[in-house]
Design a protein around this ligand. Structure first.
Ligand code: MG
Length: 256
């Protein structure tokens, strides 16, 4: 009888512990961990630094150049170069604020291959759907060539690109739509892995968090840089928070 009760207690404890673990919010570094010495947004250093502090994921932005090469940067026009209108040679001659040259996606993934953090790849909306489809075909092929299919998640504001990632990436690859204007059921019908919205969308629709979970989907909120906003999202059990302040979020999670 006593043994039975000990066993039961252990099972309950393990179940409770697993539930706590499953609920723990995870940290995604927005454009890598860039607010630190020697780093810059969307630099290879920012990816390495996000990995070095054990972020769940490191987010970065991807564009297609006018000669159909993939490069990593946030802005459509960066330091005078409009990426969609420039060749890869011109784009990759631009220096980031930490002195690195603007990386190609290939260079970025070469470093990514040596890290453990998940690669949260955002395709920026391009001028035409054809450009986005071409970009996604190359991205999916490159991820396959690197053997990184199990470590990548795709995100985008473009409805066309969302549908194309779902169509072209291997089944089960997480794809998230960022624009905040679709309710959870619609995201589910599209085949999205969840809702990846600005945190203010969840403050307006806190019921969407539970709804996603009921539908078997995940919730990520971006870009959350203040402790009070982080705490609200942790209390509401979002799965991921994307932030420019990954260390602050990690410290907060330790206290929860
Ligand atoms: Mg981004």
């Amino acid at each position: 009888m006593k043994l039975k009760s000990i066993l039961l207690t252990s099972v309950l404890w393990i179940t409770a512990y697993s539930a706590t673990q499953a609920q723990q919010t995870q940290v995604i570094a927005h454009r890598g961990f860039w607010k630190t010495t020697g780093s810059a947004q969307n630099s290879i250093a920012a990816l390495e630094k996000a990995d070095s502090i054990h972020c769940y994921g490191s987010e970065f932005d991807v564009w297609l150049t006018n000669d159909n090469q993939l490069v990593v940067n946030h802005d459509d026009t960066f330091k005078g170069v409009t990426i969609q209108d420039a060749t890869a040679n011109v784009c990759t001659a631009v220096r980031l604020d930490n002195g690195e040259l603007l990386p190609t996606l290939r260079q970025y993934l070469e470093k990514g291959k040596q890290t453990n953090t998940r690669l949260i790849l955002e395709l920026k909306p391009h001028r035409t759907p054809e450009q986005e489809t071409r970009a996604i075909q190359s991205i999916v092929q490159m991820i396959k060539d690197f053997g990184l299919e199990g470590r990548v998640e795709y995100i985008t504001f473009s409805r066309h690109a969302t549908k194309e990632f779902i169509r072209l990436a291997p089944q089960g690859t997480p794809v998230y739509y960022l624009n905040g204007d679709l309710p959870p059921q619609e995201l589910k019908d599209w085949g999205c892995a969840g809702a990846d919205y600005h945190f203010k969308v969840f403050r307006q629709h806190p019921e969407w968090i539970d709804e996603c979970h009921r539908l078997g989907m995940k919730v990520n909120a971006w870009t959350v840089n203040k402790a009070e906003d982080m705490q609200w999202l942790i209390d509401h059990k979002v799965d991921f928070i994307t932030t420019n302040e990954p260390v602050l979020l990690q410290q907060l999670l330790k206290k929860n």
